[in-house]
Design a binder for this molecule. Structure first.
Ligand code: SF4
Ligand code: MG
Length: 315
């Protein structure tokens, strides 16, 4: 609800003025139990920061986060630790989150030790089970992260996230670092696991193509703001926001009979330290009007169910 994350900057670097970067600037949304919400945007749009705010890995400047009606943002450390069992994260670079000096079984066991779950024997049993769930075997438990391929390492990252039997998984670009042929395997694995364990997903990606088949609803971010959110099919078939339209026009369509006009996005992505006035997208928007330069568009719900922040849809 109204999430904001402002990072202070000291100036000097990259010619930025002293001030703050509005990495996440008033973002609100909900996720329904059992669904997958995709969050998409270019790098620097605040999608990863949003994910970390939800987990409270970083503190929000303003706004709050509720998980099953419990307010995470105001919890004490020990309360927070309890809910963290239910919320886990899968990262883009599994290698960075897997201790290279530890064998896989020790890596996977760690979340259980942190949360004081199970005896050693029970923990090891769960390690073996989770390795099988992600398509590896107990044979892999005695190996080190460097002995695996990128795809296998992401499977280990997923197994680690599953160890505490979470309800929600926030996956931050989990397939972006993988070869295209491996991406589909890992996406399918995530889908299967979701069904098997009735998980809720927030799936962060920089590419609308990747989240299409995994998401029930998709939100699009631009410079710290959520500019459109809709049911997956609605968003892909009938995008409303000019930025979403432009992003989608760059996604290849498998059906050669469907032609989509390529919409170019003008200019460079503005610096998040110095975002444009009014609508943050106005410097690049092909439909920009005078009002867009001065007034920030307010998010509204259209009859089609889209949430969109754009003056074109002001009633
Ligand atoms: Fe374009 Fe104006 Fe809509 Fe922003 S508010 S996306 S500038 S039409
Ligand atoms: Mg990121």
């Amino acid at each position: 609800n109204g999430l904001k994350k402002y990072f202070p900057i000291n100036g000097g670097i990259l010619g930025w003025k002293k001030g703050e970067v509005k990495a996440v600037d008033d973002v609100s949304f909900y996720v329904k139990k059992g669904e997958t919400l995709g969050i998409v945007g270019e790098s620097g749009c605040g999608k990863s920061t949003t994910g970390r705010l939800l987990m409270r890995l970083i503190e929000a400047s303003e706004g709050n986060v509720l998980f099953e009606d419990k307010e995470i943002t105001s919890m004490s450390k020990s309360q927070l630790r309890k809910v963290r069992r239910d919320m886990q994260m899968v990262f883009q670079d599994p290698y960075a989150s897997l201790n290279p000096r530890h064998k896989v079984e020790k890596i996977l066991e760690e979340p259980l030790i942190v949360h004081g779950i199970g005896s050693k024997e029970e923990r090891r049993k769960r390690v073996r089970e989770m390795l099988e769930v992600v398509g590896l075997s107990s044979y892999h438990a005695k190996r080190y992260p460097h002995q695996f391929s990128g795809g296998q390492r992401q499977r280990i990252g997923i197994a680690k996230a599953l160890m505490t039997k979470p309800k929600l998984i926030i996956a931050d670009e989990p397939v972006s670092a993988l070869d295209v042929s491996i991406q589909a395997q890992v996406l399918n694995l995530l889908k299967d696991i979701q069904k098997e364990f009735q998980l809720t997903y927030i799936f962060i990606a920089h590419d609308l193509g990747v989240v299409r088949h995994i998401s029930d609803r998709v939100g699009v971010m631009y410079l710290g703001r959520l500019i459109e959110l809709a049911d997956s099919e609605e968003l892909y078939e009938h995008p409303k926001h000019p930025y979403t339209k432009a992003l989608l026009s760059a996604v290849p369509i498998p059906d050669p009979d469907i032609k989509r006009e390529m919409i170019m996005i003008q200019g460079e992505l503005p610096s998040p330290a110095n975002p444009p006035s009014g609508c943050a997208f106005h410097t690049r928007c092909v439909e920009c009007m005078d009002v867009c330069k001065t007034t920030r568009p307010i998010e509204q719900k259209l009859p089609s169910g889209h949430y969109v922040a754009c003056h074109l849809y002001n009633q």
